[in-house]
Design a protein. Structure first.
Length: 406
C-alpha cells in the first residue's frame, strides 16, 4: 500500500488503479494510522486503522468532500487518542447509529436531497416530512421503525392517497440512503410489503369547445383588468407550447431566439432543452413589452424578479370559463392531445414536450427540426383558432418583437 503525506493535492490526485482490491489506500506519513481510500467509482473516504486486543480494526471518518484533509486529520487525531485511552470507536459508532432518530437523519437526508435534486423537489420533500412523516415517527429511532408504523402512516393519510404513496416513497428513499451510509440494513426497509393506495389518473384534456371558452374568458378578464396582461399571455403560452409552469415563468428574454423560433432553456426538469415556438406563440412574445432592468419575459412585482405564480389568476379564469377542476398542468396535457389528434406521432410530440429520449437518438436531433416546427405550427394554429372561437384557422404571420419599454 502506498504511503504519502495526505494533502488536498495528494487526495485529489488519488486514482483507483486496476487491477486491484476494491479499496485502494493512501496512508499518511506524519500521522500513523491515518489514511484515505479510493473506490473504482472514484469515491474517496478518510479512515483510521489501529490494533485493539491484538486485532487490526478500521474506522471510517467520512467521505472526501464533506471532510477536507485537514478536518479529517483533526478527527483522526481525536479518535486515535481515544483508542490509546482504551475507547472502542467501532462500538461507539454502532451505538450512535442505533440511537439516531428519524428527526436527526431526516435533516441530513434533506441536505443531501438539496444537493442532488431540483429546488422544487427539495421543497416538496421538506413539506411532506414536516407535515406528515416527522409528526408521526420523527421521535422514533430509525432502527425501531416497523412495517406497522409505516402502515399506520399510510392509513392516517388515506384522504390523500396520492400524497400518502409519495410519503412512503420518500421515506423508503431516506432509508436506502441511510443504509448506504451503514446506519441500517437495506433489506430491513419497513416500507417493503406495505401496500400502496390505488391512484386515479389525473390527466385532463381540453376539447376544442373548452379551449374556445378559455380564450373568451382570457379576453374578458384582460379587457376588464381583472387580471394583468402578463398573466393572461403566460397562460396562453403554456397552452401553445406544452411547457411546464416554471419553464415559462422563469424564461428570460436572453434565451429567446426569434430566428430559430425557440426559447433555449439552460435548465429544466429534464435538463437543457429548446422550447419550440409556433407562429401564434411567437406573436405573443412579439407583442409583450419588455421591462427595463428585468431579464424575465414575465416580470414579477419585485424589481428584476420573475412572476411568482399563476394560481390565483388561473382560479379566476377557469371559473370564468366554466372549467372548474382543470389544473394549469392540464394545459400541457391538452397541447399533447391536440398533437396526437393531428396524427403527428408520439416521438415528435414527446420531443416537443422535452421528454427524455434514448441517447442514441440525440445524434439525429438536427434532422428532426423541420417536422418539429411543422408539428408545433399545426398544434399552435389549431389552439389559436380555438382560442378565437373558431373551428380552424391559418397560421398567424410572425410579428417583429417590440423594443424595450422605456
Amino acid at each position: 500500500m502506498p504511503v504519502g503525506t495526505i494533502s488536498k493535492r495528494a487526495v485529489d490526485g488519488l486514482k483507483w488503479q486496476p487491477p486491484g482490491p476494491s479499496q485502494q489506500f493512501l496512508w499518511d506519513t506524519a500521522l500513523r494510522g491515518f489514511g484515505v481510500y479510493v473506490l473504482a467509482s472514484g469515491a474517496k473516504a478518510y479512515v483510521i486503522q489501529f490494533r485493539r486486543d491484538g486485532r487490526s480494526q478500521r474506522v471510517k471518518i467520512g467521505p472526501h468532500g464533506i471532510y477536507t484533509p485537514e478536518k479529517a486529520r483533526d478527527e483522526a487525531k481525536r479518535l486515535l487518542a481515544r483508542v490509546v485511552d482504551g475507547a472502542d470507536p467501532n462500538a461507539e459508532k454502532r451505538e450512535r447509529r442505533a440511537a439516531r432518530t428519524v428527526n436527526a437523519l431526516a435533516e441530513e437526508f434533506l441536505a443531501h436531497v438539496d444537493q442532488m435534486k431540483k429546488p422544487a423537489t427539495g421543497a416538496e420533500y421538506r413539506r411532506i416530512f414536516s407535515k406528515h412523516i416527522l409528526p408521526a415517527i420523527g421521535s422514533r429511532r430509525l432502527v425501531d421503525v416497523t412495517r406497522a408504523d409505516i402502515a399506520a402512516l399510510r392509513s392516517s393519510m388515506r384522504q390523500t392517497p396520492v400524497l400518502a404513496n409519495r410519503a412512503l416513497a420518500i421515506f423508503a428513499s431516506m432509508w436506502n440512503w441511510t443504509a448506504r451510509l451503514g446506519h441500517v440494513e437495506a433489506v430491513a426497509n419497513p416500507v417493503k410489503g406495505v401496500e400502496r393506495f390505488r391512484e386515479q389518473s389525473r390527466q385532463r384534456f381540453l376539447t376544442s369547445d373548452e379551449v374556445a371558452r378559455l380564450g373568451e374568458a382570457l379576453d374578458r378578464v384582460e379587457k376588464n383588468s381583472r387580471i394583468d396582461g402578463y398573466s393572461v399571455q403566460a397562460i396562453k403560452l403554456l397552452l401553445l407550447t406544452g411547457a411546464r409552469l416554471r419553464e415559462v415563468l422563469h424564461a428570460q428574454w436572453a434565451w429567446v431566439d426569434f430566428e430559430r423560433r425557440a426559447i433555449f432553456l439552460p435548465d429544466s426538469k429534464t435538463g437543457q432543452k429548446p422550447l419550440h415556438l409556433s407562429a401564434p406563440a411567437m406573436a405573443i412574445l412579439a407583442d409583450l413589452p419588455r421591462i427595463e432592468g428585468n431579464p424575465f419575459i414575465f416580470p414579477g412585482m419585485k424589481p428584476g424578479s420573475p412572476k411568482s405564480g399563476l394560481f390565483d389568476s388561473w382560479k379566476t379564469i377557469r371559473r370564468e370559463a366554466g372549467l372548474e377542476g382543470v389544473r394549469l398542468h392540464d394545459l400541457r396535457h391538452s397541447f399533447a392531445s391536440f398533437g396526437a389528434g393531428a396524427s403527428l406521432g408520439l416521438p415528435v410530440i414527446g420531443k416537443l414536450l422535452g421528454h427524455t429520449q434514448a441517447s442514441t437518438t440525440q445524434r439525429y436531433a438536427h434532422l428532426s427540426d423541420d417536422p418539429l416546427y411543422r408539428a408545433v405550427d399545426a398544434i399552435g394554429a389549431t389552439i389559436s383558432a380555438a382560442l378565437d372561437g373558431k373551428t380552424g384557422g391559418d397560421i398567424a404571420p410572425l410579428k417583429k418583437p417590440r423594443g424595450n419599454a422605456k
